[in-house]
Design a protein around this ligand. Structure first.
Ligand SMILES: Cc1cc2nc3c(=O)[nH]c(=O)nc-3n(C[C@H](O)[C@H](O)[C@H](O)COP(=O)(O)OP(=O)(O)OC[C@H]3O[C@@H](n4cnc5c(N)ncnc54)[C@H](O)[C@@H]3O)c2cc1C
Length: 396
């Protein structure tokens, strides 16, 4: 008999299918990814071989249906996978998360059948890496103020403008770019008139700038892009002309579940390092974990990460059930990223001087995790979303 309690337990236990996916992935990550994480952080080298291997394992087509060559997984399993990858290499995690949720996610959501057949099989196997170009030098949190234009020319559009901080900007083979096709009329919301297009990386006029030098995530590729009269056909318009902002919002909401999971994975890994270290390191005649101030730091971080994980699972469950997950995703992202950064910070403190140098990797984890509080909507923007949603259902 299924009781209420047992069905709730199933909600946070791994299913047999999830274990079957996560087991081989963990083995691969430990054997092939973990050993080079420090070296890639130092060199900034993009891990093409690892991407190819993970592509063959379905990791670059997590939620792409099998008929387009993807793994056909749900949001919950995807979030678990993202957490596992983050625990080993934050840069690789951002590559996987952004490819899946942003570029591929936008084609999946808004593409017509012909577009899905053309673009998804290459994306799902990582034959072509996906980049998603929304942010501009003057339009970050206020994305609807973007200035990139797509003017109607002949039987298509000509895209002109600048994009900033684009993940896979250099290594991408498929780009989704968000541009204004029509001006919003007086009284219309500013987001009206924004469209999205999918195009290949070798489109004439698409120019990549110099990869950014970042605090962390060194082997994830972040590049500004310039679109100089890039010609696209009408068949490259994703979704309805002038109405792409709803797709953008939905794509970002889905992506936030992954970014929350990424923060948790990095925080979890750092805390595990700290727990082992604190059990071995002795000061004042005993392992430092037996000084209560140290043990309490571990307890607090473990609890925050677990609370964040439950929020990620709630958001993923709502999304998988086709229910509104906007607020849950914002909470999952905010809690996951803050808990992750805080756990990394606690780990550095617990390791003392050894936490501040590179060998134990917790400083790398902190640097990698810090992005999760900025990308795909800052902490402050998540607070705004949560407040708006809470007030709408509570006070309206
Ligand atoms: C490594 C990296 C990878 C990225 N990858 C991509 C990508 O693949 N594609 C893409 O399109 N973008 C990408 N981005 C861009 C990212 O999404 C933006 O940096 C982010 O949305 C914030 O925009 P901004 O940097 O312009 O900051 P701003 O929007 O200028 O914000 C600056 C500060 O002001 C605060 N603020 C702004 N508005 C408000 C408000 N209304 N209320 C309260 N506070 C506010 C912000 O929270 C922040 O603290 C990436 C960024 C980085 C660093």
């Amino acid at each position: 008999m299924t009781t209420r309690a047992s069905s709730q337990a199933a909600w946070f236990d791994l299913t047999a299918d999830q274990r079957a996916v996560l087991g081989p992935l963990r083995d691969y990550l430990q054997a092939e990814v973990a050993p080079g994480a420090i070296a890639r952080d130092e060199s900034g080298e993009f891990p093409f071989d690892i991407v190819k291997a993970l592509g063959a394992m379905g990791i670059f087509g997590l939620q792409v249906p099998e008929r387009y060559g993807g793994a056909g997984l749900d949001t919950m399993t995807s979030a678990l996978i993202i957490e596992e990858i983050a625990a080993v290499d934050g840069s690789l995690c951002l590559t996987v998360a952004s490819h899946n949720s942003l570029c591929t996610g936008h084609v999946l959501r808004a593409g017509n059948e012909a577009q899905k057949q053309e673009w998804l099989p290459k994306l799902a196997t990582a034959e072509s890496l996906g980049a998603w170009a929304l942010t501009e030098p003057g339009a970050g949190s206020d994305a609807a103020s973007l200035q990139t234009r797509a003017e109607e020319v002949g039987d298509g559009f000509q895209i002109t403008g600048n994009k900033q901080f684009i993940t896979q900007g250099t290594v991408g083979g498929t780009y989704v770019v968000v541009a204004r096709t029509d001006n919003a009329l007086p009284g219309e919301r500013p987001a009206k008139g924004i469209s999205a297009f999918v195009l290949p990386g070798d489109a004439p006029g698409l120019q990549r700038g110099k990869p950014e030098k970042k605090l962390g995530l060194h082997s994830s590729d972040t590049t500004p892009l310039t679109f100089e009269a890039v010609q696209v056909g009408r068949e490259q318009l994703l979704g309805t002309r002038g109405q792409a902002f709803d797709d953008v919002t939905a794509v970002l909401a889905g992506g936030r579940i992954g970014i929350g999971a990424m923060g948790i994975g990095l925080g979890r890994a750092a805390l595990e390092v700290a727990a082992r270290y604190a059990s071995e390191r002795e000061q004042f005649g005993r392992p430092i974990v037996r000084h209560q101030a140290v043990a309490f730091k571990i307890a607090a971080a473990a609890m925050e990460l677990e609370a964040a994980r439950l929020l990620v699972r709630k958001a993923a469950t709502l999304r998988d059930q086709g229910r509104d997950y906007t607020e849950a995703a914002a909470m999952a992202k905010l809690k996951g990223s803050v808990a992750g950064v805080d756990a990394c910070d606690a780990a550095i403190q617990i390791l003392g001087g050894y936490g501040y140098v590179r060998d134990y990797e917790v400083e790398r984890m902190w640097r990698d995790a810090r992005l999760t509080r900025i990308g795909e909507g800052t902490d402050e923007i998540q607070h705004l979303i949560i407040a708006r949603q809470y007030l709408a259902r509570t006070v309206a």
